[in-house]
Design a protein around this ligand. Structure first.
Ligand code: FDP
Length: 320
């Protein structure tokens, strides 16, 4: 219901004058778009009265918001990124809503922020809506990942992509290569080897895609495979990665794992991370299993000093 309303708001944005910046920053110090705020309000409005929910958390809100059920102890906690990739709105490119549902531990009354700090493996449901040429809802409750397409006439989501499955192997990767100089050596090595194509160690040509909306990049991977990387890097802002653990990385990781893929920070499974703060960031590498395992391998390898030297020599060799 909320996703249908957000889809309509995105659809009308150029006509309604709701593209562009709202002129304020969110809790993470990032510029808020008008539609970030609109989508957040739609979700708050549409879920606040839900009997099953104890509290909500959003990328756009510094603190959690308790629902009207706080006294009757709703059983679940809802987390969301109301409009992922929102800079795409201004150019009529895909954006989405990402969400995650957790059990409220012991159905405490009222729920607290600490109740939200659960590892991704505790999620009972995860999903996203993508607002592209068609609006789709992609969901998992732990029994596979399934895609539903909005039929605009009836307003119903019809199951069109049952049991989505990510092939183990791929020749497509997604990363913002403008950040190459900031990456750590295992990520540099991985991307350089992909770019070296048939003459490099991978002995095959790779393709690169970057929509700059995680929801769209992950959607492509669920449909045809690939690997998506937003690693930590040398910049202060992404020292611990860019993506938010609780309402971006965890739900996407559950969807990917339920489709047979893998999701890692390079060092550990994303869904095993014990969160410490609501808006915590994490590095993410997810998608086709063989590629994510290769990345983990490179990270493990890079921890030892000698392979680090080998990497440095390899980088020099590739650069000159
Ligand atoms: P955005 O900031 O536009 O919301 O959530 C963060 C995110 O988008 C992802 O959806 C996207 O993959 C990434 O950031 C884009 O990052 P770059 O600006 O580095 O391209």
């Amino acid at each position: 219901m909320c996703c249908r309303t957000i889809a309509a708001a995105v659809d009308r944005s150029a006509l309604a004058g709701t593209t562009g910046s709202a002129g304020v920053d969110n809790v993470q110090g990032e510029e808020q778009k008008k539609l970030d705020i609109i989508a957040n309000d739609i979700l708050l409005e549409g879920t606040r009265e839900h009997a099953a929910l104890a509290a909500l958390a959003s990328e756009e809100m510094a603190r959690i918001s308790r629902t009207s059920q706080e006294r009757t102890a709703g059983q679940y906690l809802l987390l969301f990124d109301p409009l992922d990739g929102s800079s795409n709105v201004d150019i009529n490119a895909p954006v989405g809503t990402i969400f995650s549902i957790l059990r409220c531990p012991g159905a405490r009354v009222p729920a607290t922020e600490a109740d939200f700090l659960q590892p991704g493996s505790e999620q009972v449901c995860a999903g996203y809506a993508i607002y592209g040429p068609a609006t789709m809802l992609v969901l998992t409750t732990g029994e596979g990942t399934h895609g539903f397409t909005l039929e605009r006439g009836s307003g119903e989501f019809i199951l069109t992509h049952p049991r989505m499955s990510i092939p183990c192997q791929t020749r497509e990767f997604a990363i913002n290569t403008a950040n190459t100089r900031h990456w750590e050596s295992p990520v540099k090595r991985y991307v350089q080897e992909c770019m070296a194509g048939t003459h490099g160690p991978r002995q095959q040509d790779f393709n690169m895609r970057w929509v700059a909306a995680m929801v769209a990049d992950v959607h492509r991977i669920l449909l045809r495979g690939g690997v998506f990387l937003y690693p930590q890097d040398g910049r202060e802002v992404s020292r611990f990665g860019k993506l938010r653990l609780l309402y971006e990385a965890n739900p996407m990781s559950m969807l990917v794992e339920q489709a047979g893929g893998k999701s890692s920070t390079g060092h550990e499974r994303v869904m095993d991370i014990q969160p410490h703060t609501l808006h915590q960031r994490t590095p993410v590498m997810l998608g086709s299993r063989d590629e994510v395992e290769r990345l983990e391998n490179y990270h493990q390898h890079a921890r030892r000093p000698l392979p680090d030297l080998v990497d440095a020599l390899r980088n020099l060799w590739t650069e000159y």
